[in-house]
Design a protein around this ligand. Sequence first.
Ligand code: AMP
Ligand code: ZN
Length: 467
Amino acid sequence: MFEPVHAGEARVYTCGPTVYNYPHIGNMRAYVFADVLGRTLSWKGYKLTHVINITDVGHLTDDADAGEDKMEKMAAQQAQSIWDIAEHYKQAYWADVKALNIRQPAQWTVATDYVPQMIEFAKGIAERHCYELESGLYFDVSTVADYGRLARANTEEGEGRIEAVEGKRNAADFAIWRKTPPGETRQMEWDSPWGKGAPGWHLECSVMSGEVLGFPFDIHTGGIDHREIHHPNEIAQNQAHCCTNGLDDPRNSGARIWMHNNFLVERSGKMSKSSGEFLRLQLLIDRGYHPLAYRLMCLQAHYRSELEFSWEGLGAALTRLKRMVIQIEKLKERAAAGQGGKFDVQKYLSAFDEAISADLNTPEALAVLELVLGVKAIPPADALSVIEKIDSVLGLDLLSVIRDDLRIQPKDRMHIDAKFIDDRLGHRRQLRSLGQYEEADEVRDELNRDGILIMDGDPLGWEWKLG
Ligand code: AMP
Ligand code: ZN
């Protein structure tokens, strides 16, 4: 049961992308999940304030506080300004957000816009909770109660790779300010009481979430990998910032609730950005799949379950979406023909509400939607209004997408002229109705030679597809 911090409101912060590269479709699963969460809170009547951040500085190649800054590394590789890189990949991310029908949050916070506030925050906790080393200002995790409870991490054991920084008091201590090494200049650096340098990634999210939403706020989201390091570190900083005593009070953790989506996985490792051609949404689109088929694929799994990507799975989701859209087109036709009647649709809305309220059970919610689509007794106008309400949460854009949008159209086959094909098919039908089967078969063979397959008797009513 969700109890908001501020009556009638829901304040949500989502850890956003590090804009050093294109997002892969696994990253986008995290934002589809956060979007469904936000839409559900709106459905429940809360006034939603959703913030997603853009990390354009400070995220190291290793979450556990070692390695180079991801942005600096990419800028050096591509011999470009970091600011240009950040802008390019931010725009690419926003294009995916739009294609997946993810609602615009109330605010996008960009890390480099908040550096003065980050320095203030760090100054406030430095004396009691931090220590300085040559490489930066470090947070001492033993100064807060119950560090890592989110991950149930064992800070004693630590991991070999974390101890790369000499002088750290605890293996899990992390840099909240990273000094620019002597004799070097970074493209992005700021003056601070600890010398020129850049903020640490964990500090950014603590500061941006607190600045915009105020501590405590309701829900903080991110992928399941953040449960291990990034979010425990944010919590530790928030605890240090929010109180001087009684550090174990959960009200001091920043957010009341921390929610994590599980990963999208792919067997051949194409999800990894270091693998060359990785799975970007644009690759799915180039292969002819409508991006909302991927959104549906995400909704078919519960956000806490791992989801395996496969092209077959994506194809199945596309077919399911097509079925829904075709049924909705029929409902629209019946509604336009003035078909009316009386029916109590409340039970369907209640069933949907029950499903989505059970920790965002989207697979069950989809089943309710399909139930509504399948019950012929529901008058079409009522069915369409229920679908519109349900889709305000699922975000599949069901009332706008049309059948033709969902035809598989690979980029390299874009020259195909659908009107020409329809004309030829019309001609073939005419020939067949006149009993001129040989001529009709010739038309079919001609189209076949151009790679267009005729689908006589297709259950979804498709007349042709690309071979
Ligand atoms: P990043 O840009 O690396 O900071 O990641 C952006 C978001 O995607 C974070 O919330 C990650 O936890 C999440 N994420 C990363 N990989 C995956 C994946 N394979 N499946 C789902 N979420 C992911
Ligand atoms: Zn974050």
